[in-house]
Design a protein around this ligand. Sequence first.
Ligand code: UT7
Length: 326
Amino acid sequence: MRRALVTGVGMQVPSRIVTNKELESLVDTSDEWILQRTGIRERRVAGPDETASSLAIVAAKEALDRSQVHPEELDIIVVGTVTGDMPFPSTSCLVQAGIGAVNAGAMDVGAACAGFIYSLCVASSLIESGQSRNALVIGVDMLTKFVDWTDRSTCVLFGDGAGALMVQASENGDRGVLKTVMLADGTGARHIEYPVGGSKYPASGEQRTPAKGLTMNGSEVYRFAVTAMGDACCRVLDEAGYSAEEVDLFVPHQANLRIIQSAQKRLGIPDERVFVNVDRFGNTSGGSIPIGLYEAERSGRLKPGDLVLTVGFGAGLVWGANLIRW
Ligand code: UT7
């Protein structure tokens, strides 16, 4: 069977670190509250010249370098993002131009914090079907440019970042993307939204701005996330014929340490097999899982042959999980 094998990783985050302490001067919050409720200590915040594509291009170049693939060899670029440079053209096209991938098609996938899960499924399915051989999969978001910096219930949660995976066709091996589940419940759309700048509330013309930035019903999303994370993991493991004990590394979406721990508990996976970096980056949405995979591999926690379980959830509502033999 042909599989989509991960052959290289890349990441990029803005250099500016914003600590919880710094946020105390912006909104009525405290380092203690943020740390206790979310596990976040600091996050990276983009400057005015940084965009989703500028981070994605750096991450993409690193993944290409590490896999020793030339940009001209790419046949598809899939970018999971909901905070692209602009409504159109797609961020993937800006990446395609930025890295000189002259033979590649390019598409964005809009699945918020599950954007990378969905994007990896698109790329691996294209590879398995024979449509593509060399795919670049990127998860990137820049939510700090979309939050209302006067709303303490949301602005403390997010950070910016991009992660990239090079995935290539591999014949008859047992390594690669084994299975993905993708789930959605659009009846929960109102629980996290950024309604401005689309066809409902266009950025120009007679704009009736319903909110200053993204809005979120935190406790509703929390409840959903706790169930969704565990459900998606159990389902992908079950469909692929594995059990949670066989997972070498669990790389969940980094939104909130308490949500991660509840999924970990349900699956019975010990601490040493759970990757956590929410303390340093906050919730980077689509960037979170590929950044986690990058850091896990670069720090030696993820080795060829390891069974990796990823899971994500977010605005949509959407959720899903990938099972990968690294
Ligand atoms: O990737 C998907 C994106 N979204 C998420 O993952 C979010 C999921 N939800 C969460 O992570 C949590 O619900 C939050 C971290 C957002 C909030 O934690 P919580 O334990 O559910 O707190 P809460 O919303 O129930 O709020 C408790 C209190 C409230 O005060 P009162 O009404 O009890 O007096 C809030 O006003 O905490 C207050 N609060 C804050 N206090 C200090 C809310 N935000 C802050 C803040 N600093 N930044």
